[in-house]
Design a protein around this ligand. Structure first.
Ligand code: C5P
Ligand code: ZN
Length: 446
């Protein structure tokens, strides 16, 4: 059987319930999870079903256990679930999982669960499809008219950085489909930048993080002076010569930190735009993530469901959060980033900030090809977020596997992808945990 058959099976399962049923949707709180939920909400609503969504942050255990106290007929888990099969099994409720994380179990049917995990169908969940991509495939089987939801699938894939080096596999098919249906266009090559005053846009840029410029307004003023561009100019008003001068200075600043070619290719490139969304997809995807991680995933979802109404408020929330993150990134740049033999790491007050910052540090700081770890202590447990560069993954690094190994050793839960993973661990100290991870990474190299 192929993935289509299982998607049909899960659509049949949904249709076996009367329209009055309230479908429970459980998704992850990052951009991919939120876009997954948006696709499910819209497609299910169009069929006449009611819905109730929760967006979860790791560790999921408590929230999933609470689900057992609710009266649910059918639960759809998106962008999560394959790492939580035992908890979901205990719920004893009809469930559909649409996930692209590394699965723990290889069965497609487990009691009353249909597990649609891309990796079980030979589709690489690291690079070829996102959680939102799988939700889109489900929505399209539900009704061909749902093709408009492809835009959220692309936003989700961008949120999971699956667009680096160009869309591949299912992501590419969805991109082509969206383009053929005139849902998206590709704009001329540009920076990932808004149209506020240049000095603010560059100073507030988190992704890309321009070394010694992001978060440092005086340095940005100096740079604009050197390239003879008035600081209050707007990107959209620059002439070709000015654009070129600015591009090359910013690119040089990034290359000093030896960023990977795929990341460099993202800096100045054609951007996806849609008539339905007010800014390009790279900016919107980042906005959803930062709004959610600032503590308001519900607002980020409302924006996906009604972009016009919620754009300004999400934009403001996102900018405020990014300014806070930038202060912390500047401190890491000024020396707070710690280094061990096989890893670099930093401590973070909140797990969500560690999740947000670790990817930026990995892509834009010179980490000497070592993976990046963020550690957050909370209630006697330690939450870890880790990110690697593609080159390290190509050489055999698997962070999802590493996080599961750590959970096996100390207790807790861990998992994810080869390139981005996380976990919450018990019964260990920070020093012991760092020691263990560093030594495991050392073994990987030999
Ligand atoms: O929490 P963070 O954003 O760092 O997680 C990185 C990736 O690892 C996400 O895709 C997340 O779903 C996954 N993860 C996991 N199990 C955990 C923690 C994180 O699968 N316990
Ligand atoms: Zn995802």
């Amino acid at each position: 059987m192929n993935i289509e058959d299982y998607l049909k099976k899960s659509v049949e399962k949904l249709r076996s319930y009367p329209k009055s049923t309230r479908i429970r949707i459980i998704s992850h709180y990052d951009t991919d999870g939120i876009c997954s939920a948006a696709i499910l909400v819209k497609s299910i609503e169009r069929e006449g079903f009611d819905f109730h969504v929760s967006l979860l942050n790791h560790p999921f255990r408590e929230e999933l256990e609470k689900l057992g106290k609710e009266e649910n007929d059918l639960i759809i888990f998106s962008d999560l679930g394959s790492g939580q099969i035992d908890l979901i099994k205990n719920l004893n409720v009809d469930s559909i999982i649409l996930d692209h994380h590394q699965p723990e179990y290889r069965d497609l049917i487990i009691d009353s669960i249909i597990q649609i995990n891309s990796n079980l169908f030979g589709i690489d969940g690291n690079f070829e499809v996102s959680g939102a991509g799988l939700c889109y495939l489900f929505a399209r089987v539900l009704n061909k008219e749902n093709v408009d939801l492809s835009v959220f699938s692309l936003l989700g894939a961008i949120g999971d950085k699956q667009n680096l080096g160009g869309f591949k596999g299912i992501n590419k098919e969805i991109f082509e489909e969206a383009r053929k249906n005139n849902l998206i266009k590709v704009s001329r090559a540009s920076l990932k930048i808004g149209n506020g005053e240049l000095v603010d846009e560059i100073t507030n840029s988190v992704d890309p993080f321009y070394p010694r410029l992001s978060g440092r307004i005086e340095e940005v003023e100096n740079l604009l002076d050197r390239v003879s561009i008035p600081k209050e100019s707007r990107y959209g008003d620059l002439n070709n010569e000015e654009r070129k001068r600015l591009h090359s200075f910013l690119m040089v600043s990034l290359l000093k930190n030896r960023i990977e070619p795929e990341v460099a290719d993202e800096v100045i490139k054609e951007r996806i735009v849609s008539d339905k969304l007010p800014m390009n997809f790279d900016i919107i995807s980042e906005m959803i993530d930062s709004c959610s991680k600032s503590g308001d995933p519900g607002l980020a979802l409302s924006f996906c469901l009604n972009p016009e109404k919620f754009f300004e408020i999400v934009k403001n929330k996102s900018e405020e959060y990014k300014r806070k993150i930038l202060e912390k990134l500047v401190r890491l740049e000024d020396g707070d980033l710690e280094e061990r033999e096989n890893m670099v790491y930093f401590l973070s007050e909140r797990a969500s900030e560690g999740s947000y910052m670790s990817g930026i540090v990995s892509n834009y700081f010179d980490c000497k090809a070592k993976p990046v770890f963020s550690f957050t202590k909370k209630n006697g447990k330690i939450h870890v977020s880790c990110r690697a560069r593609r080159r390290a993954v190509e050489q055999g690094l698997d962070l999802g596997y590493l996080m599961r190994e750590v959970a096996d050793k100390f207790g807790g839960a861990g998992g994810g992808h080869k390139i981005a993973a996380g976990g919450t661990f018990e019964n260990t100290s920070l020093e012991e945990l760092i020691e263990f991870i560093d030594s495991m990474l050392g073994k990987n190299e030999s």
